[in-house]
Every structure is written in C-alpha cells, then in structure tokens.
Design a protein around this ligand. Structure first.
Ligand SMILES: NC(=O)c1ccc[n+]([C@@H]2O[C@H](COP(=O)([O-])OP(=O)(O)OC[C@H]3O[C@@H](n4cnc5c(N)ncnc54)[C@H](OP(=O)(O)O)[C@@H]3O)[C@@H](O)[C@H]2O)c1
Length: 262
C-alpha cells in the first residue's frame, strides 16, 4: 500500500548498474519508489529494494515509446513525485553506417525522446506542486564526438545541454535539475552496446555505487552537475579545450572495433 505521507521517487533504468544504485540510495533515505526498466529483471531489483515500510513498484516498460512512458507515469497513481531520476539509457558501438537503423533509433528514442517526455510530464506536476528534484544521467561522452559510438555520444551531448538549460528555466522555483556525468563505469552497458572488443570496453572502470552516490549527493544539494571521479574531471576539462577533430580521433582509439588489442 502506498503511504501518501511519504515521499516518492521515480528511478528509470533501475534494473542494473547506476540506476539500481541510485534506487538503493533513495530507498536508504526512506523514499517510496517506482522503478522502471525494459526487462523482467526489474521485478528482482524491486524485491532487492523493498525494506520495512517502503513501498516499491516495478514497471516493465519500454521507455523509448510514448506508451511506455505513459505507463510509468500512470504507475505513480497521481502521487506527487519528489524526485525523478531519469537514468535509463542505452549505448551502441560500431561505425554508424554499420549499425542497424532500428538499434540506432532505439538509442535516440530511449536516451532523448523518452527521457525528455518523462521529464516534461513529471516536471509539469512538480511545477504545480511547487518543488521537486530532477537528476538526469548524462555523460562525459557528451563532451566528445564519439567516433564508433556516434549516436550515443550525440544523445549524451543533448542531455548534458538540456539539463543545464532546464535548470536555468527553473532557476526561480524550488525545482532543481542536476546532471550526473559519469565516465566509463563497471555495468552491463558495454556488453549491451556491443563494445566488449574495444579498449574502453576492456579498460578499468568506475564503481557504479560510487558514481551513483556522487550523482545522488549532487541532486540532494541541488547542484547543477557532477562529473564523477578525478580522471573523468580531467578528461572533461581537456575536452573543453581540445579541437573536436582531435577528440573524435581520440575516441576512435577507445571505441573502434578491435581496439582492445591495440
Ligand atoms: N556505464 C557507463 O560507462 C556509463 C557512463 C556514462 C553514462 N552512463 C549512463 O548511465 C545510465 C545507466 O547505464 P548503466 O551504465 O547503469 O548501464 P546498464 O546497467 O545497462 O543500465 C541501463 C538501464 O537502463 C534500462 N533501459 C535501457 N533502455 C531502456 C528502455 N528503452 N526502456 C526502459 N529501460 C531501459 C536498462 O534496462 P533494459 O535494458 O532491460 O531496458 C537498465 O536498467 C545510462 O543512461 C548510460 O548512458 C553510463
């Protein structure tokens, strides 16, 4: 039974990885939860998140579609959403022209269209209720033209930019928008994106629990954004001064098929 006196958080992409860790942090702070992913695994995650006195609802929905986002929205049952953690996302390796069009489109529809549609729906409710926290999982990938992950990096550039723009529009309200920008993180992301034969797929990566904590703390204190980890902070700083062509060439070294062997 949902208890209307407790705060509700919505976390997308919570079946695994960074999203599951974000949902654990919300549960630890006593939020009721609506968690979503596009696989039955979300039920297992919800079981893991349930603890005394906390209600957790799992939604198995494709958030690349309008219907999927509407179903997630409906699952909140009209309760005010105190925190929206828009984290669901999908990568896709290989050269753009070698990618399956439907797979490339799924990345755009999930990372951009579904994400901002959900933020549009819940953000309007937050405006009505007068407060709320929004955390968007962008990426340091958004600072680099991502050769051999071109569509993905483009979607993250969109989200990084969108997050700061929306934050500015809401500056005079009690709604905060925070962008979490992780670097390579040890999750199922690389396997799912078919990047396991690449350097970035094989290199050491950050701990998703630590990355999630950085984002969650930034959201709680209402910061504009956080790049998780000092190595990523350096990479982000470099990306701001290096010419785009050089960045794209660097990305080839990390993400080109077979680069794991180089
Ligand atoms: N891992 C990294 O190196 C890294 C770095 C920077 C940013 N990020 C971002 O961090 C976020 C979380 O990724 P992760 O690394 O934790 O990878 P992950 O373990 O693969 O988690 C991705 C989550 O998003 C869900 N998802 C993907 N497409 C969806 C869709 N259409 N509808 C509903 N749920 C969907 C996944 O479940 P289903 O696939 O079953 O739907 C899963 O729950 C993503 O936005 C990613 O771009 C990751």
């Amino acid at each position: 039974m949902l208890d209307a006196t407790r705060k509700l958080a919505v976390v997308t992409g919570a079946s695994t990885g960074i999203g599951l860790e974000l949902a654990k942090l919300c549960a630890g702070d006593g939020y009721d939860l609506v968690v979503a992913a596009n696989e039955p695994e979300i039920e297992r995650a919800a079981d893991e998140l349930r603890r005394d006195g906390i209600d957790v609802k799992a939604v198995n929905a494709d958030l690349s579609t309008t219907e999927g986002v509407d179903r997630l929205y409906d699952a909140t049952g009209g309760r005010p959403v105190a925190a929206l953690l828009a984290n669901a996302g999908r990568g896709l390796g290989k050269a753009f022209l070698d990618q399956d069009w439907s797979a490339a489109r799924y990345v755009v529809d999930t990372n951009i269209t579904g994400t901002i549609y959900l933020i549009h729906r819940i953000g309007r409710d937050m405006r009505e209720q007068g407060d709320g926290r929004i955390l968007i999982t962008g990426s340091i990938a958004g600072f680099m033209p991502g050769a051999y992950q071109a569509v993905y990096n483009g979607t993250k550039a969109f989200l990084d930019s969108f997050s700061y723009a929306l934050r500015e529009e809401l500056r005079d309200t009690r709604i905060t928008v925070t962008c979490l920008m992780p670097g390579p993180t040890e999750t199922e992301f690389f396997e799912r994106a078919d990047l396991m034969d690449t350097k970035v797929g094989q290199d050491d990566k950050d701990d998703p629990a630590k990355v999630a904590r950085d984002g969650y703390e930034a959201m709680k204190s209402g910061e504009g954004g956080v790049v998780s980890g000092w190595k990523n902070k350096m990479q982000a700083a470099t990306a701001h001064v290096m010419p785009a062509e050089r960045l794209a060439r660097m990305h080839t070294g990390m993400a080109a098929p077979g680069s794991a062997k180089d």
